[in-house]
Write a protein that binds this ligand. Structure first.
Ligand code: AMP
Length: 197
């Protein structure tokens, strides 16, 4: 099964993707995690993207094409994978369609996690406070100003994917305002339909 998790930063895509990895045994492809790993390793890619990510802007579609198309060729992606935050522009969506077609594979479903922006800011404040209290590092782009910038980038550049996938008949929505378990059970119901198909 190949699925895309769509939703603004902080909507819970990563948390839900991790659960799907455990329950369905397919890997999570998070371009954000891959780019953070590149920064941590000090690679030339990392150096190229660090300032862009710290500002809350999107890195170029070409960079995403390189890292996603290399990753999906790996053997653990054979049974399927979850694209978590990995498709952020219509250009990237077209690229994914192209890459999948080349490998004779097809996207099954796009799940949009719908949330309220103010609620996301509240959740961010809590995440920062919890991380600080536990002595954990806070992500460089996890501050309120950059977070709001990332929301604006989502509205302008990523939200157009919603009509794009609706037109393809692939879009399903879940209410992201509930608890992690509630959202997970809505997602499970959708995934069960595809697993049974
Ligand atoms: P995330 O962890 O998914 O919230 O991503 C963190 C940051 O990485 C984003 O704010 C972007 O700067 C960059 N990024 C991650 N995925 C993409 C993508 N598919 N296209 C462009 N930029 C991305």
């Amino acid at each position: 099964m190949i699925l895309i998790l769509l939703g603004p930063p902080g909507a819970g895509k990563g948390t839900q993707a991790e659960r799907i990895v455990r329950t369905r045994g397919i890997p999570q492809l998070s371009t954000g995690d891959m780019l953070r790993a590149a920064i941590a390793s000090g690679s030339s890619l990392g150096k190229k993207v660090q300032a862009i990510m710290d500002r809350g802007d999107l890195v170029s579609d070409d960079i995403i094409e390189d890292i996603v198309s290399a990753r999906i060729k790996e053997p653990d992606c054979k049974r399927g994978f979850i694209l978590d935050g990995a498709v952020r522009t219509v250009g990237q969506a077209k690229m994914i369609d192209r890459v999948l077609k080349k490998h004779k594979r097809e996207l099954d479903v796009v799940i949009e996690i719908e949330v309220d922006e103010e609620e996301l800011v509240n959740r961010l404040r809590k995440r920062i406070a919890d991380a600080k209290a536990a002595g954990r590092p806070v992500r460089a782009d996890d501050n309120e100003e950059t977070f709001r910038k990332r929301q604006a980038v989502y509205r302008e550049q990523t939200a157009p994917l919603i009509p794009y996938y609706r037109k393809q008949g692939k879009l399903r929505k879940v209410d992201g305002m509930g608890s992690v378990e509630e959202v997970a059970s809505e997602i499970d119901a959708i995934l069960d339909e595809f697993a049974a198909a």
